[in-house]
Design a protein. Sequence first.
Length: 304
Amino acid sequence: MDIKQLKYFLLVADMGGFTNAARAMGLGQSAISKQIKLLETEVGAQLFLRHGRGIVLTPAGRQLLDHARDITERIEVARADMSELSKSVAGEITCGLPASLGSTLTTPLLKRFLDSYPLVRLSLVEGLSGHLYEWLLRGDLDLAALYMPSVNNSLFSEFILSDQIYLVWANDGIPAPETIPFDEAVGRPLILSSAAHALRKRVEHIASQRNLKVNIRCQVDSIAAIRNLVLQGYGYALMPVSLIQSELEQGMVSCSRLVDPTLNRDLLLAMSPYTRNTPLTRTLRREIRQLVSDTKSGVLPTGP
């Protein structure tokens, strides 16, 4: 039973026949009859009786009539409420997204607000998580999606997803092992982001606990640059495999999952301490969560 069938049923009942209902809808009578037959099959009862002057409702039809009116009215009220909600969500808001998520989320998120929330002026800023975190604390951003294990207690935050970290390098023709121990991985010449970023801090903290020195060949705060340097054979990178999914499928890179310990990147959605919890902020959080959920069914780019 769907809303279209119920609407056709109500129209036939109100118009007193299939011909009048079809004319009112601008459809063929057979299309209306087909939907009513599907509805009768669904409810397991005949809904109309035909006679010389038109149709009359059967007892089952009279009983369904009240339910159908109630259901369709409730749906219309819900639609009206949602429409009013989108109109009441108004104001300006600035949101930060990790650069690796920007290509996936920026355009769809802007489209959703342009289409559904015309009174909102949404500004999106892309950057590395460490920078976004600083801007969030300063109040330069209202909300931000961050790849961090945790945030300052002064910030409201919620978990979105988690990804594992791999050691990635240009394909050298040697089959890559499925896993690589942390101690071995940090001895390779690494291309990492600067010390301000969560992954770098985590790697150096674990290495320090084990009296290991991290072999840093160079540091750069650009995901694209790290990827390009790896592809050109200048060193190894630590990143989620989804960041190099295309290159991996083309056989351009090799990767091994980091173990002993495994490293995960948690994506959090955090709000500045200077930002109030309003219908606008709640709407933006909901839309980001929904977009991430939608994208997660495919490959969701993740990174610093």
